[in-house]
Design a protein around this ligand. Structure first.
Ligand code: 5GP
Ligand code: ZN
Length: 112
């Protein structure tokens, strides 16, 4: 399967890794929308939040377990935002589930 984030996870496409464990991989977004913008992805191909099931949800739990460590390592001592875009109305552009960690400044409450 041709998937950008699967290729990043397996090293075929380079990335700026900030964290990795058995279940997830985190790297800097190539087009940061905030001073800190990190993507956390499951190490199995899950296309989006719509594809989360009882069988694969351990990967989602592990992502959320890793988030506080990743945020602390990135110096996000004053909070951060987690976003996971799902489907066309949310403008999901890469069809491998990812959680954006955004922070490093006071973020706007607006969604667009
Ligand atoms: P989405 O719009 O699907 O929620 O988020 C996809 C994110 O992936 C975007 O923020 C985009 O900048 C990022 N992105 C797309 N291609 C690459 C890439 O090749 N490397 C990295 N590090 N980020 C990417
Ligand atoms: Zn994938």
């Amino acid at each position: 399967m041709d998937c950008l984030f699967c290729s990043i996870i397996n090293g075929d496409i380079p990335s700026s890794k900030v964290y990795e464990d058995e279940y997830c991989y985190a790297f800097k977004d190539i087009n940061p929308m905030a001073p800190v913008h990190i993507l956390v992805v499951p190490k199995v191909h899950i296309a989006s939040a719509d594809e989360i099931t009882a069988e694969n949800s351990v990967y989602i739990a592990k992502i959320f377990e890793a988030v506080p460590k990743i945020a602390a390592d990135a110096g996000l001592t004053n909070g951060y935002r987690l976003v996971s875009n799902c489907g066309p109305d949310a403008d999901q552009s890469v069809l491998h589930l990812h959680v954006h960690i955004l922070g490093g400044k006071k973020l706007s409450a607006r969604l667009d």
